[in-house]
Design a protein around this ligand. Structure first.
Ligand code: DX5
Ligand code: ZN
Length: 208
């Protein structure tokens, strides 16, 4: 299992990013919120772009925004491996996925807990990642929604049926108790479980 670390609940970004850089974590999960698609708002790009100073890890960018087109060109310039936005946005999704790929970056879609898996079908050929939300997007530290286990399985079946080599990432409420429900995923994203501890590496290892 690969592990991506979300620092959304960090109180000391520089310290936590430096500490994460010393672990074997696979990705830094960068949560971007616009105050519209979700209520909360994250710090602006002008500040977030500086994270390269504290970590050499590749980024897995999660856009919780209404208008991904405004954010893709910005986050494509960082040390980014994946950019993912939400299948629920009312935009030309295929065009946006192609836009991400034009930057040479892997593209993905995230799906909220109440959205049906078959909403992904029209976009499958363009997907390198499906990010299954196991909490309502918007904030860290929420409890893992139990039904997500079934959702992950459904996404796995869908990818298999259409022969799509995309990876599955699970985001929200992942910890050493809920990891058993994520066994069908390739990557898990964990925030408060890692950042809220005093030994990041132990927590990361417990999820593998
Ligand atoms: C939720 C974010 C998640 C969150 C994960 O809206 O997309 O990435 O930070 O944090 P935990 O692991 O605390 O649920
Ligand atoms: Zn996220």
């Amino acid at each position: 299992m690969k592990v991506s670390a979300s620092f959304l609940s960090s109180r000391d970004l520089v310290k936590d990013l430096r500490a994460l850089d010393l672990t074997d974590v696979d990705y830094i999960h960068l949560d971007i919120m616009d105050g519209k698609f979700v209520n909360n708002k994250t710090m602006p790009y002008s500040e977030l772009k500086n994270i390269y100073k504290y970590t050499s890890k590749r980024l897995d960018v999660h856009l919780m925004v209404e208008d991904p087109e405004k954010y893709i060109p910005l986050y494509a310039t960082l040390n980014t491996e994946y950019i993912v936005f939400h299948v629920e946005v009312d935009k030309d999704i295929t065009k946006l996925l192609k836009m991400i790929k034009q930057y040479g970056i892997k593209a993905g879609l995230s799906i909220k807990p109440n959205t049906k898996v078959n909403e992904l079908v029209p976009y499958l050929p363009y997907l390198d990642m499906v990010l299954v939300m196991s909490v309502e997007p918007g904030k860290g530290g929420q409890a893992f929604i139990e039904e997500s286990e079934e959702k992950i399985k459904e996404v796995r079946e869908l990818l298999k049926a259409y022969n799509i080599p995309a990876v599955i990432n699970v985001d929200g409420g992942v910890n050493d108790n809920t990891i058993s429900k994520c066994r069908d995923a390739d990557i898990v994203t964990a925030g408060s479980y890692i950042i809220g501890s005093d030994n990041f590496q132990t927590k990361i290892s417990s999820l593998r």
